[in-house]
Structure formats: structure tokens, C-alpha cells
Design a protein around this ligand. Structure first.
Ligand SMILES: Cc1cc2nc3c(=O)[nH]c(=O)nc-3n(C[C@H](O)[C@H](O)[C@H](O)COP(=O)(O)OP(=O)(O)OC[C@H]3O[C@@H](n4cnc5c(N)ncnc54)[C@H](O)[C@@H]3O)c2cc1C
Length: 243
């Protein structure tokens, strides 16, 4: 199971965001609370980039770390399989397999991990360097990760990864990170969840699965757009003719 520890967070971040927004021209008379509401409700998100979170993450698979690395607006540091020993490694077990207990699929999975560990250990004992032996290690291999993200990027991360369509392991990690963010900056993060909740329409359209808890109450982006698209296109054509 993933463990997430908050290593650092920008202190007094709400005041920092409000101060920087005032520099950009937000009326001085507006309270800090009003500014935060304006920024989060209207997506004036660049001021949120002044707040940073650094998380220490353990017990995640290399497969998940690859998904995490796809979030480019972040700073990433991962445990090295080149410089660290992986004999007797820990590994991720998908919840579905864990629930099934000792049946055939769980056995095939754990045998594959044992085989990989044996192959790695033998190669190391025969004098093979870590940087070569590591290629027999599985995607399930546990890794250790430190990631730093600003709040704007975290919001994007949560919108994508709290969605039920995200892979279960990264969704679990996103939940744990979200809880920490909510504790630190509730005024911002209480307005954020998956893309559907945050935007008020779900861009997943027809691929929304049955497990989506908002399926019955959140409209699909396609439906909203269908209702005005033709009329809006005529307006755009008219606009273009004016230039
Ligand atoms: C359900 C799901 C399924 C996925 N399936 C796949 C898959 O099959 N294959 C796959 O490769 N990935 C897949 N991904 C990963 C996805 O495509 C993104 O790479 C990942 O979610 C990171 O999102 P991001 O680019 O918004 O984040 P970041 O990289 O942190 O970027 C944040 C934002 O910055 C802007 N930005 C960043 N870089 C650029 C750039 N070069 N040019 C222009 N704008 C930029 C964009 O607005 C972007 O949204 C999947 C993600 C999800 C949630």
C-alpha cells in the first residue's frame, strides 16, 4: 500500500497567492478570501503556482512511477535501480489479486515475483552489475519517490487521477495526496476533485464507466456542447468575418 508523507509545503500560501494576485491588478479592497474564491472559481490559476508541496512516496510500483512521471509540470526523484540493491525486493499486488487470496491467479503472480527475485539474486551473485541485473526486475517492483508540485499542477493531477477511469494504483495515491492537500489548504482543494466535479461537466463523455459516482448527476460535456454548438459556430463565423 502506498504511503505518502508531506515533506514540505509553502507556508502562508493563501496570503502569498492573494498578494501576487493583487500585483496583477485584483482590486486592493478585495479580501484574501474573495481573491481565493475568484481564482479558484474562474480558473485564474497562475497565482496558485506560488504554493508548492513536496511528497515522499513509498510502497508504489515502478508502473505507477511511470504514470507519475507523465506529469511534466513537477520535479521528480526516484530510487535508482542502478545504484541501489534490489535483492528480496518488495512489490505491488493489485487489490483484485489480493482479495482472491490463494487462488491460481495470485499464485501465478507471486511465483513470477519469486522467479524475478531469484534471477536477480543469481545474476548479482555471479558478479553481474546492478545496472545489468536490474532488467529482470518487474514493473510491480516497489520504488521510493519524491515529487514536488505546485498547486496549479496538483489541481490538474487530481482532476485527471481522481477520476474512476484512472488506474486503481494511481487513484489511490492521488486520494492520499489529496487528503494532505485538503488538510493544508482547504479553501482551495475543497473545490477540486475529478474533472467532472471541478468543471461541472464530464469530458469523459460516453466512456464514463458505471462505477462513476457522479454518472447520474453530472452532465456529459458532449451533451452540453450539442445544445449550443451549431448556434455558436455561426457566431464564430461572423466574428471571423470582422477581421
Ligand atoms: C485515464 C487516463 C488514461 C491515460 N492513458 C494514457 C495512455 O494510454 N498513454 C499515455 O501515454 N498517457 C496516458 N495518460 C497520461 C496523460 O496523457 C497525461 O500524459 C498525464 O495525465 C499528464 O497530464 P498532463 O499532460 O495534463 O500533465 P503535465 O505534464 O503536468 O502538464 C500540465 C499541463 O501543462 C500543459 N503542458 C505540459 N506540457 C505541454 C506541452 N509539451 N505542450 C503543451 N502544453 C503542455 C498542458 O496544459 C498540461 O495539461 C492517461 C491519463 C489518464 C488520466
Amino acid at each position: 500500500m502506498a504511503k505518502v508523507k508531506l515533506l514540505r509545503v509553502t507556508e502562508e500560501g493563501i496570503n502569498l497567492v492573494a498578494e501576487s494576485a493583487r500585483v496583477s491588478g485584483v482590486p486592493l479592497a478585495q479580501s484574501t478570501r474573495e481573491i481565493i474564491d475568484l481564482i479558484t472559481d474562474n480558473d485564474y490559476s497562475s497565482a496558485l503556482e506560488h504554493i508548492y508541496f513536496t511528497f515522499d512516496v513509498t510502497g508504489i510500483s515502478v508502473a505507477l512511477s511511470r504514470e507519475l512521471l507523465e506529469h511534466r509540470i513537477a520535479s521528480h526523484t526516484a530510487r535508482s535501480t542502478r545504484y541501489m540493491e534490489e535483492k528480496g525486493f518488495g512489490y505491488y499486488v493489485p487489490e483484485e489479486l489480493e482479495r482472491k487470496g490463494n487462488d491460481e491467479t495470485a499464485e501465478i503472480y507471486s511465483d513470477a515475483m519469486k522467479d524475478a527475485n531469484e534471477a536477480y539474486t543469481k545474476l548479482r551473485e555471479l558478479g553481474v552489475a546492478r545496472e545489468q541485473a536490474r532488467y529482470v526486475l518487474p514493473l510491480a517492483l516497489h520504488t521510493h519517490y519524491v515529487v514536488t508540485m505546485n498547486v496549479r499542477s496538483l489541481i490538474n493531477f487530481f482532476m485527471l487521477r481522481l477520476c474512476v477511469r484512472a488506474s486503481p494504483e494511481i487513484r489511490e495515491l492521488a486520494m492520499r495526496m489529496y487528503k494532505i492537500c485538503l488538510e493544508e489548504y482547504a479553501d482551495i482543494f475543497s473545490k477540486i476533485w475529478c474533472r467532472g466535479f471541478t468543471l461541472g461537466v464530464c469530458p469523459e463523455n460516453e466512456v464514463r464507466p458505471i462505477e462513476c459516482p457522479f454518472k447520474k448527476i453530472l452532465p456529459k460535456k458532449r451533451d452540453i456542447k450539442d445544445a449550443f454548438e451549431e448556434q455558436a459556430r455561426r457566431i464564430i463565423e461572423k466574428e471571423l468575418k470582422t477581421f
